[in-house]
Design a binder for this molecule. Structure first.
Ligand code: 13P
Length: 243
């Protein structure tokens, strides 16, 4: 069975004063029966390195070091305390023009540093309306997921771009279709494809988490806005534990 994971993505949010949220989540969910993680802005990672919940980063450079002003290597993030790195988030694909090849290289960097890669894929609204969602998923899986991926070092997050931060959520049937498709492709390609943790992301809230977690092949969520406060993220973690 894939491991269940409730992961938060704080994006470009979080100041020192917000560390109390990590403290509170650690106290309440540090011994949860599912994995709990928050992917923090890099500035907060070191301060949380001894948390009882997992601490992740949101991006890395593909190289180990060198003349790349402003960038952070996977090794630096691991050294600070990150045990996972998000790669290929749609906001980085859009804001920084990251390609599948870039994301594959960054995911390999995450493995090289001994961290897990949380590789994000998902269609835009135009692709959903064109009926090309599954084709796009195939392209992103083939291009972004390294051959060295395994259930131990990789989590796949399906995040439809049009559902991120919009309050719009696909139907449960749409989530089921895409997750089943991802599972099929992973099992075709990897001997342990059935064990990969598959997350759904996009407007997950306390009010819709339980029904989303009931969808086959959904092993957890990648949560943006609703992970910023323990009072919002807590019920999502509890819903995952209850499934
Ligand atoms: P929201 O939960 O705010 O829609 O963000 C989802 C997301 O992008 C997580 O990576």
């Amino acid at each position: 069975m894939p491991r269940k994971l409730a992961a938060g993505n704080w994006k470009m949010n979080g100041m020192k004063q917000d560390l109390e949220t990590i403290q509170s989540l650690s106290e309440t969910y540090g011994a949860a029966t599912v994995d709990v993680m928050v992917c923090l802005p890099a500035t907060l990672i070191a301060a949380c390195r001894d948390s009882a919940i997992g601490i992740g980063a949101q991006d890395c450079h593909a190289l180990e070091g060198g003349a790349h002003t402003g960038d952070l290597s996977a090794e630096m993030l691991a050294d600070a305390g990150a045990t996972a790195i998000i790669t290929g988030h749609s906001e980085r694909r859009a804001d920084h023009g990251e390609t599948d090849a870039d994301i594959c290289a960054k995911s390999k960097a995450a493995y090289r540093a001994g961290t897990m890669a949380i590789i994000c894929i998902g269609e835009t609204l135009a692709q959903r309306e064109d009926g090309t969602t599954l084709q796009l998923i195939d392209i992103q899986l083939a291009g972004s997921v390294p051959d060295a991926a395994s259930a131990a070092n990789t989590v796949i997050a399906y995040e439809p771009v049009w559902a991120i931060g919009t309050g719009k959520v696909p139907t449960l049937a749409q989530i089921e279709e895409v997750h089943a498709h991802i599972r099929m492709r992973l099992t075709e390609r990897f001997s342990d494809g059935a064990e990969f943790t598959l997350l759904y992301g996009g407007s997950v809230k306390a009010g819709n988490a339980a029904e989303i977690f009931g969808v086959p092949n959904v092993d957890g969520a990648l949560v943006g806005g609703a992970s910023l406060k323990a009072a919002d993220f807590g019920p999502i973690i509890a819903a995952l534990q209850a499934t």
